[in-house]
Design a protein around this ligand. Structure first.
Ligand code: F6R
Length: 248
């Protein structure tokens, strides 16, 4: 596990964007696993700028998003599809046919999960998976549980996650209670995993996830076992880590 501690959000975003930039330059037809939320906004802005400057192309890149709310369509302002369009896809030359996000309005959730896993299987391993970290240790929407969850599945969101997400909705009642997420297996099978974490509020969960035991009650802790995992965070998020021997 590599740890990069950045001065602030901006530097964290640039350092993580560098890793994606390198991946795309080295493998122009790579498969990127993407996340939404507030943590990657700066990364997407930086990649969009690099594209505008002619330094990178996404024409042959495939993206597979981690998750999507159930019950809202891709044009809904809070859907992850809308978020991705607004913050990245509309600014770069990615081809629509290479973009994959679960369909929040799928009639049959079971079939939708199978369809998404089939796509992941057909694309082969994700080359670089970008992640954020939930306040309860979730990755994607794999919430704390008694075992590590595998396969794309529909999850009932933890009340703390619904609370955290309510900042984006007008009323808390409007926050979806269910979401599709890829399983922990898909995340762990990625060749590289890059996680972004910022802010003092996440310092405790960072410490539990990366200096505590590997347990499904803290889903992110499994990343300690990933052979190519880079944690990119700001100083505040790193403030409770005891060991700094492996900091970059
Ligand atoms: C989003 C996702 C979530 C977020 C996590 C952190 O696609 O999979 O796991 O990464 O909830 O969200 P932020 O970055 O908003 O703190």
């Amino acid at each position: 596990m590599k740890i990069i501690v950045a001065k602030n959000y901006r530097e964290m975003s640039e350092r993580a964007a560098d890793l994606i930039f390198a991946e795309v330059l080295l493998k122009p037809d790579c498969v990127l696993g993407l996340a939404t939320g507030s943590s990657p906004l700066g990364v997407y802005a930086s990649l969009s700028t690099r594209y505008a400057e002619g330094r990178i192309q996404f024409h042959d890149v495939t993206t597979i998003n981690l998750d999507e709310y159930q019950g809202i369509d891709g044009n809904h302002e809070q859907s992850y599809r809308y978020y991705m369009n607004q913050n990245l896809f509309q600014h770069i030359d990615i081809q629509e046919k290479n973009i994959y996000i679960p369909d929040g309005l799928a009639r049959d959730p079971h079939k939708e999960c199978l369809r998404y896993d089939q796509i992941i299987h057909e694309k082969g391993r994700i080359d670089l998976q970008l992640l954020g970290l939930g306040m309860d240790g979730h990755i994607g929407f794999n919430e704390p549980a008694d075992s590590f969850t595998t396969g794309t599945h529909l999850v009932k969101l933890d009340p703390s996650t619904v609370d955290a997400n309510s900042r984006f909705f007008k009323r808390k009642e409007d926050v979806p209670r269910y979401a599709y997420t890829v399983g922990i297996d898909t995340i762990m099978q990625a060749r590289k995993v890059v996680m972004l974490v910022c802010g003092a509020a996440k310092a405790e969960i960072v410490q539990r996830a990366f200096e505590g035991p590997v347990v499904p009650q803290v889903p992110a802790s499994i990343l300690q076992l990933h052979p190519d995992f880079t944690l990119v965070m700001d100083q505040e998020a790193s403030s409770m880590l005891m060991h700094s021997g492996h900091l970059l």
